[in-house]
Design a protein. Structure first.
Length: 179
């Protein structure tokens, strides 16, 4: 009888350790999502700031400046529910303004334009990468949270279900081709 109780105790301890390890893994994934979201937010803010700065510099023609400024301002001021749409609109505005390589050349030839074009190029290149890291972390956490053991034992606690950040992040071809 005691031998059976010892085995039951060993099995329960093993199950407990496995569940604890799974809960720790899920916690680390949620921390990774938080870090990736912070990095994504920083890159989106940087892109909007650089676009807004470029729009107010006087280097672009007035129509392009207005379009770019309004899209960048909307992206910076967007509420969380509208953030994906506002960031997608900024991507579309950047592609519309910089679809012509001559526009990029005009920016580069202006005083301080080479630096501004370089900053904008870096910003539009880093946004898709940051979004991909965030969405990969979200995907890993979602896959783990879908397991029965996580649901049955409520290992996720009260953490909200992670959501991917979906937006149009294609950079302007004229900026990327020149870099």
């Amino acid at each position: 009888m005691t031998f059976t109780l010892i085995w039951i105790l060993v099995v329960l301890i093993a199950i407990g350790l496995y569940l604890s390890w799974t809960a720790g893994r899920l916690d680390r994934l949620h921390a990774r999502i938080d870090a990736a979201r912070a990095a994504l937010d920083a890159q989106l803010l940087r892109r909007a700031s650089v676009a807004q700065e470029l729009a107010t510099s006087g280097v672009l023609d007035p129509a392009a400046s207005i379009v770019l400024y309004e899209a960048a301002h909307a992206a910076r001021q967007a509420e969380e529910e509208q953030r994906e749409v506002a960031e997608s609109e900024l991507s579309q505005a950047l592609r519309a303004v910089f679809e012509d390589p001559r526009q990029v050349e005009a920016v580069r030839e202006a005083p301080g334009g080479e630096e501004a074009a370089r900053e904008l190029t870096e910003a539009v290149r880093k946004v898709p990468m940051a979004r991909r890291f965030h969405n990969d972390a979200v995907g890993a956490a979602r896959r783990l949270r879908e397991h029965r053991k996580v649901r049955w034992f409520r290992l996720a606690g009260h953490a909200p279900f992670p959501l991917a950040f979906e937006m149009d992040d294609e950079p302007p071809a004229a900026l990327v081709d020149r870099a």
